[in-house]
Design a protein around this ligand. Structure first.
Ligand code: KG4
Ligand code: ZN
Length: 341
């Protein structure tokens, strides 16, 4: 049996896990930094990096303790080195490399976005490749043709804001607490998704597998404040109006994500869709995807709630690299932007 330690510090969660080649999770620890970033209504990169420095060793220690293992029991150490915030990525990478240097264990690289899709594999215990992968998180909204654990071909993605970013920013306009996605979706339950007709960029263009949420965000702003009036206070909004705005905004995002995912499935001819990332925790999105998959007759796998937002368990994708002998040298670098590896 193989067991690896995985480390995740791409954004604002400091996380570690121990997983086996049978995809059992022996331990998983996630230290969230939400409290540190809340008053800024978004992740402040320098604060995130500093918090990772403080937390990374206690998180790794606690993970090994819960797994009842020592470093000697591990077969390799994996770390997410792309994409993400540069300072945050560096902390995880330096921790992983140092542990590899000290123990002589092999180093494995994890692409954070691919790992979000792999979360579906862990949960279901079923093969997921080949599939169309939809990754919807705070920093990314992408569609991939996923052939295997190493071959993810981009099919399309957002040309501006990520879906989660749009949720966070609109939630902020509505006076809801950070992180905005969960708060907005809770409020939306009491709203009418048809109250406001917001734009759905590219939805009727079946040549494109892209998203754009920037115009939608602006449309919500104008709906609240009136055209040409950039300043407004969410405090003045009646609760029912907030709920209707939230529901109508959410429905527009969900329409785009569901519409383009279904189009990607049709275009590639792959009858399987896998969804991961923080926004995949959204109940309305899950409902609508299930409905669409049922109607159009494709298989749909969605990461369980706990594995949607950032965690180190999904770094289990590195097991596939270990099995294939794709081990990294100790000069492995970080790649904050999107790369394929
Ligand atoms: O994957 P993730 O934890 O971090 C990134 O890699 O970005 O995703 C975080 C994002 C945030 O934008 C958050 O607002 C959003 O996921 N999110 C949600 C929900 N839960 C988290 N968005 C909509 N509905 C939710 N229930
Ligand atoms: Zn993520």
């Amino acid at each position: 049996m193989m067991q690896i330690l995985t480390i995740e510090t791409t954004c604002d969660e400091t996380a570690a896990a121990v997983v086996t080649d049978r995809l059992e999770v022996l331990a998983s620890v996630v230290a969230s930094q939400d409290d540190l970033h809340r008053r800024f209504q978004g992740v402040v990169p320098e604060i995130a990096a500093r918090a990772h420095v403080e937390r990374i060793l206690p998180v790794i220690d606690e993970t090994l303790r819960r797994a009842q293992l020592t470093l000697d029991d591990l077969d390799a150490i994996a770390v997410a080195n792309t994409p993400g915030l540069a300072g945050s990525l560096l902390v995880g990478l330096v921790a992983a490399k140092t542990l590899c240097l000290a123990t002589g264990k092999p180093l494995l690289a994890v692409n954070h976005l691919h790992a979000h899709i792999y979360a579906c594999r862990i949960a279901e215990g079923r093969e997921i490749f080949p599939c169309v992968g939809l990754i919807v998180s705070g920093g990314h909204s992408h569609l991939y043709h996923c052939r295997n654990a190493f071959d993810f071909e981009p099919l399309g993605g957002t040309i501006d804001d990520a879906a989660g970013e749009a949720f966070d920013k609109v939630a902020n306009m509505l006076g809801l607490p950070f992180p905005g996605g969960p708060a907005l979706s809770r409020i939306a339950v009491d709203g009418d998704p048809k109250a406001y007709r917001f734009p759905r960029a590219f939805l009727n263009d079946d040549q494109r597998l892209d998203f754009s949420f920037s115009g939608l965000k602006t449309a919500v702003r104008y709906e609240i404040a009136g055209p040409g009036r950039p300043d407004f206070s969410a405090v003045d909004l009646p609760p029912q109006r907030v709920a209707d705005l939230a529901a109508s905004f959410q429905e527009a995002v969900v329409d785009c994500l569901v519409g383009k995912s279904a189009l990607a499935v049709r275009k590639t001819g792959i009858g399987r869709l896998c969804i991961g990332g923080g926004v995949a925790a959204n109940r309305r999105l899950r409902e609508r995807l299930e409905e669409t998959a049922g109607r159009e007759g494709f298989e749909m796998l969605i990461a369980p709630m706990a594995l949607c937002t950032d965690n180190a368990v999904m770094g289990a994708i590195a097991i596939e690299r270990l099995k294939a002998g794709k081990v990294e040298s100790l000069d492995l670098d970080i790649y904050p932007g999107l790369v394929r590896h």
